[in-house]
Design a protein around this ligand. Sequence first.
Ligand SMILES: Nc1ncnc2c1ncn2[C@@H]1O[C@H](COP(=O)(O)OP(=O)(O)OP(=O)(O)O)[C@@H](O)[C@H]1O
Length: 251
Amino acid sequence: MEPTLKVRGVSKNYGKIVALDNVDFEIYPGEVVGLVGDNGAGKSTLIKILSGAIQPDSGTIELDGRTVAFHSPADSRQLGVETVYQDLALAPHLNIEENIFLGRERLRSGWTRIFGAVDKTFMAQEAQRYLDSLHVHVPSLKVPVAELSGGQRQAVAVARAAAWGKKLVILDEPTNHLGVEEVDMVLKLIRNVSAQGIPVIFISHTLPHVLEVTDRIEVMRLGKKVASLKTAEANLNEVVSWITGSKEEAS
Ligand SMILES: Nc1ncnc2c1ncn2[C@@H]1O[C@H](COP(=O)(O)OP(=O)(O)OP(=O)(O)O)[C@@H](O)[C@H]1O
């Protein structure tokens, strides 16, 4: 099987700071890969490059075997890569279906289109279909997002990403600040996204969540990728020792 995303030799410097040093990374269809590392390890720099927010100094990115260049977030979204940052980028006063179509509203067909009339019926049906396909349950799609719990908000943001991110979904700390049940819901949702064949990169400092939901764990340290572990064969102590560098020093 070919990887959906293949990153080779990506580097990024900020002046004298080496944020990423010759990093390789790949992810396959339906895979959930954890990206872990201590503060400053380079995780955010890598996902900002994949989401088009910043450009690498060197290296290549392939999506489905084609070399791509993401000059902006719009480029990466256009090619089916969606990133959910911690701020979620939801509009609190808009309801769930409006948030799912935010910035991608579907216009009505017919003459009302010239006035920019949006097709609310279509968007409501599609939003319901996305949420159902991911087994996300909310009381009503007409509820403003501001009235949802933190976990429900996260679920809406992830569902929106999965609806548009046909190639890859990147989640930055999606379980932060959530209660136990909400964490459970979000982790199940991640598996539901990957079950649709969409690979997911899961960035988190909460290693038990990473061990629970991922297939593979990529460990970064001081801008380098230092380990690639199969989650089924990994344990917490081992991941921690790669993160802190004690594993590298021992080997
Ligand atoms: N805009 C910037 N200007 C200068 N240095 C930067 C910038 N962005 C990141 N860095 C530096 O690059 C290195 C990697 O940072 P990065 O944010 O990618 O790490 P991280 O693994 O995401 O950390 P955290 O878990 O704290 O978010 C750090 O040394 C950081 O200080």
